[in-house]
Design a protein around this ligand. Sequence first.
Ligand SMILES: [Zn+2]
Length: 69
Amino acid sequence: MSKVRVSKRKVCCHGDENDEGSGHPLIYLDMGEEEEIACPYCEKTFVHDCTVEAVGEVSVRQSGLRNNR
Ligand SMILES: [Zn+2]
């Protein structure tokens, strides 16, 4: 299980872009009052960290482009 630091409490996940076998439909996760949330599909844990830029969103967009090829 991997942890990803994100700058926002709302994140989207479509699986691990480094492992095609763990891919899943794109879903949005909202931490609400929590500081972290685990994706119910791939169990990747998103940890809120306001010192990080929106790395998670960037990586999702990049892998999305790759999937469209
Ligand atoms: Zn996921």
